[in-house]
Structures are given as C-alpha cells and as structure tokens.
Design a protein around this ligand. Structure first.
Ligand SMILES: [Zn+2]
Length: 269
C-alpha cells in the first residue's frame, strides 16, 4: 500500500548565522586571513508536510508560532534564530487554510522532534481529536529536564500534550514509515513516504539540516545532542535513500525547498 499525496507546506524562514547549522571549514569557519569577514547569515527555511493516505491524514511537524518573539524569549534564542522571513500567507494555519484543511481534519500529528521551530503550533490541534505522536526518547527527554526550557526544547510548546510514542522504525499509516534517527535530539525521527508515481520521499527533518550537511561526507552542526548517534543516523538515512531511490528532503535547506513543488498549488502523488 502507498500513500496518496504529499503536500509540502513552506512556512517562511528564520534567519541565523550559518555556523549553527554547518560546521564547515571554508564555508562558515574562518581562516586567520578572514578574521574580519562577517559570518554568513542564512535563510533557515521551515516546512511541514501534509500526507494523505487511505488510512487517514497526517501532518508532519508544525513549524514556528506567530508569537515566536515573546514565546522564545526565556531561551534567548529568538536573538539567534528570529522567525522574521515569513509573510501572513506562510504561517502554518494560513497554509492549511489554502488547502481547505482545518485542524480537525488531521488524524495524526507527528513531531519529528520537539524543538520550538517544529513543535511551535501543536496548540492548534489540542482538542481536535488528532493523535499526537513523537518518539519515546524524545518525550522522555522533553519532559525529563528541570525548568521551562533546555536549548530549543520549550515546555510551553508541548507540556499540555498527551503523546503516543513510537520506537524503532514504525509504519504508522499505509506508505508512511517513521524512521528513528537520533543525534540531533535524543528522539529525532525522519519520515519515509511511498507514493504511486513519485516513488519514495524521505523527509529528514533536523536529522539532516541541508544538502551540505548530508555530503558525503556528512558535516555536523553546532547543536547536536549526540554526535556519534548523529553520524550513524545520517548514514542510516543514506542507506534507506539509496535502497529505495528516494528523494531526500532536508530539514532547513532554503535552496532545495525553493526547487520543490510547494503547496497549495504543487504536490507529489
Ligand atoms: Zn531541531
């Protein structure tokens, strides 16, 4: 069985110093002769994915919230990752509306992980009957630390949520498999979708930020929970992608996102 359709919802971009995403000599790290050269600021695009299947509709991630500046203030990270490249029609609620989708139409809301730029709009789905899903290890970590936040995990985003958890690689709906890909966070997941015409699409979320991170060779980022696990997950994803001849869609790759068929007009079947 395959899924029916994939809609890629482009939700604008945060701005950030590229060094956060890519620790790469010659690109972000400077030589002694370049000490005065300013860091490269990057358009850190964010997207969600709506998957229609014979068994129900799934939304993958929820992007950033409209009130990011105040909500993220306790973490201080709003100064490093301002969500300031977004227009009114690009917020998640607007994107769903353009497709004629209401929050109550979502059967499964799956979070690749619980960082604030992925979990920022979970609140739109409370009380709608959507089944909330994340990885077992992600839930354990996200609820397990003391205080209001830990890095980009912000309890205000998800504290009220009752998650169903998965572990291992799990086919959650026909043609949709959640892939365990820890390293970025303890419970980061990727999502594999099999489609009748397009074939396999593999959405990496933050297991792989961008094409330059994927390589080969894989190039890590400044924010990694477990570097050894991260390298292992990139190679796991590469293996699955090669085996299934998949289109690999990275978590925050501005150039790649621009080249894709985007909702509301474009989709993959
Ligand atoms: Zn993340």
């Amino acid at each position: 069985m395959t899924a029916n359709k994939v809609h890629v919802l482009s939700c604008g971009a945060m701005s950030c110093d590229l060094t956060w995403l890519l620790l790469k000599a010659g690109r972000t790290m400077r030589t002694r002769t370049e000490q005065q050269r300013p860091p490269e600021w990057y358009s850190c695009t964010t997207h969600c994915v709506l998957v229609e299947t014979p068994g129900g509709t799934l939304l993958w991630d929820t992007s950033c919230p409209r009130d990011w500046e105040t909500r993220w203030a306790p973490t201080g990270l709003q100064e490093y990752f301002p969500y300031d490249q977004v227009s009114d029609e690009e917020y998640l609620d607007a994107r769903l509306g353009q497709l004629g989708v209401q929050p109550q139409d979502i059967d499964y809301l799956v979070l690749s992980h619980l960082h604030f730029d992925h979990a920022g709009n979970i609140g739109m789905f409370t009380g709608t009957g959507a089944k909330l899903v994340c990885h077992e290890k992600e839930k354990e970590f996200a609820f397990g630390f003391d205080g209001a936040f830990n890095g980009a995990h912000l309890k205000a985003d998800y504290a009220a949520c009752d998650f169903d958890t998965v572990s291992g690689d799990t086919e959650i709906l026909p043609g949709v498999t959640l892939i365990e890909a820890p390293g970025h966070t303890p419970g980061t997941m990727a999502m594999k979708v099999e489609l009748p015409e397009t074939g396999t699409m593999l959405f990496t979320s933050d297991a792989v930020y961008m094409g330059d991170s994927y390589g080969p060779p894989a190039t890590p980022a400044a924010i990694v929970n477990d570097l050894t696990a991260w390298y292992g997950s990139v190679e796991k994803i590469r293996g699955i992608a090669e085996q299934s001849d998949a289109t690999v869609v990275f978590g925050h790759d501005a150039e790649q996102l621009r080249s894709m068929r985007l909702a509301p007009s474009g989709f993959y079947a």
